[in-house]
Design a protein around this ligand. Structure first.
Ligand code: PLP
Length: 425
């Protein structure tokens, strides 16, 4: 039987860092997965973990639920790629537009990265403007316009956050602080003439989990309207997870363009971006903004997404059930923190939660940066040892799925108690 240690040794010689996406790496080496089912993930060493990474939010219905297995079996027999339109694409578009009233037209792509990249190009093409505004700590996929952080000295002017991203492009990405209405107003108004889009994760989940202050998302809506910029809600994580209609249903704020991904595909690669007809009709072949993809709308992903969306439509009670479990776990976590007198805090919303090792209330990216990363690492490794798998980084979010059971929950609470005890002092 091959071990994770052995596979890692082989992998790191051929695959940078031994992983195909950097967040999967941790010291001394990640476990290598053999299979997964429901709420559990099994490694090649014979260990089983309760999974709270859940495909970084993609696996809303857990690993390979029966309905997806059935869909895929049939789909494989009927052909895995046509590159022609299908009835399922039409039905999926109808369902997405129904659940997201701000989406009048929609196009499918394959990853969250593609969806936000195309949304930005579309916003620039539609407005004829260059600049975009993003928020510190929000992640929208690994592409050039958005791999940008606050430049030196102040927020506002973007600097590349990766080698290889041109400063000439990064300078068109402006940066503000999430939950800071005043700063955002200032930046938007100063750039009113040339601002193509404001892009935001309605709930930033790529810095842990931050909730919007009352009125923040509404302020973005108002500001975009004031200067004629396109408001893009990146709902790659929140879409279908926070509610069937995502953050827009949850907070009752409408975007001009919405990006969807992750949970939509039930584990298969699919994403979507959609919005106002007037904007979407600028896409080729109707309009002059080019966008394309060989695998876009492929039958495996499209049929699986349709299965996921139909399931969600018929089973809205799943949201309440997942919320109940998260609330129970977070209540227990807060009790451990208080009893053990640890500098830690817990944020949760619907099926998502994160523990931060800081005494600060987490309202902004700056608050997250006060977290003790060493303690988080200890917490992660202790949980892993006990068979509970959370994302290895403080700057990620934990996810429940409909496959998690009360037994998983009780085991996790016990494991949290022991892990917090180790992180004391
Ligand atoms: C909010 C958000 N947008 C976009 C992306 C990019 O999605 P993908 O990894 O599918 O390219 C992610 C990925 O984590 C995300 O969290």
């Amino acid at each position: 039987m091959v071990s994770s240690a052995e596979l890692y040794e082989r992998a790191r010689r051929l695959i940078p860092g031994g992983v195909n996406s950097p967040v999967r790496a941790y010291d001394p080496y990640p476990f290598f997965t053999k299979k997964a089912s429901g709420s559990r993930i099994h490694d090649v060493d014979g260990k089983v973990y309760i999974d709270y990474v859940m495909g970084y939010g993609a696996l809303l219905l857990g690993h390979s639920p029966e309905i997806i297995i059935q869909t895929l079996r049939k789909a494989v027999e009927d052909g895995v790629l046509y590159c022609t339109p299908t009835e399922e694409e039409v039905i999926l578009a109808e369902k997405i537009c129904k659940l997201y009233p701000s989406i009048e037209m929609v196009r499918l792509a394959n990853t969250g990265l593609e969806a936000t990249m195309h949304a930005i190009r579309l916003a620039r093409g539609y407005t004829g403007r260059k600049k975009i505004l993003k928020f510190e700590g929000c992640y929208h996929g690994a592409h050039d316009s958005l791999l940008v952080k606050a430049g030196s000295g102040a927020l506002t002017f973007g600097a590349p956050s990766s080698l290889g991203v041109l400063e000439d492009l990064a300078k068109h990405t402006l940066i503000s602080r999430y939950n800071d209405i005043e700063l955002t107003e200032k930046i938007v108004r100063e750039n009113a003439e040339d601002l193509a889009a404001i892009i935001v994760e309605p709930i930033p989940v790529n810095v842990g989990l931050i909730k919007p202050k009352k009125g923040f998302l509404e302020a973005l809506r108002r500001l975009a309207d004031e200067v004629g910029a396109v408001l893009i809600f990146d709902e790659v994580v929140t879409g279908f997870r926070l509610a069937p209609g995502g953050a827009q249903e949850y907070f009752n704020v409408k975007a001009d363009i919405t990006t969807l991904g992750k949970a939509l595909g039930g584990g298969l690669p699919i994403s979507a971006f959609g919005g106002k007809r007037e904007i979407m009709e600028n896409l080729s072949p109707v309009g002059k903004v080019y966008q394309a993809g060989t695998f876009s709308g492929n039958p495996l992903s499209t049929k699986t997404a349709l299965t996921v969306v139909e399931y969600i439509e018929k089973n809205r009670q799943i949201y309440g059930e997942m919320r109940r479990m998260v609330e129970r776990l977070c209540r227990a976590a807060r009790e451990f923190i208080e009893d053990l007198k640890i500098d830690a805090t817990v944020n949760n919303l619907e099926s998502m939660f994160q523990v931060f090792f800081t005494s600060r209330e987490i309202l902004s990216y700056d608050d997250v940066l006060t977290s003790d990363l060493g303690r988080f690492k200890k917490f992660f490794h202790n949980l892993l040892k006990q068979g509970v798998f959370i994302p290895p980084s403080q700057f990620e979010t934990c996810f429940f799925s409909t496959a998690h059971t009360d037994e998983d929950l009780e085991k996790t609470i016990e494991a949290f108690g022991r892990a917090f005890a180790e992180c004391r002092g």
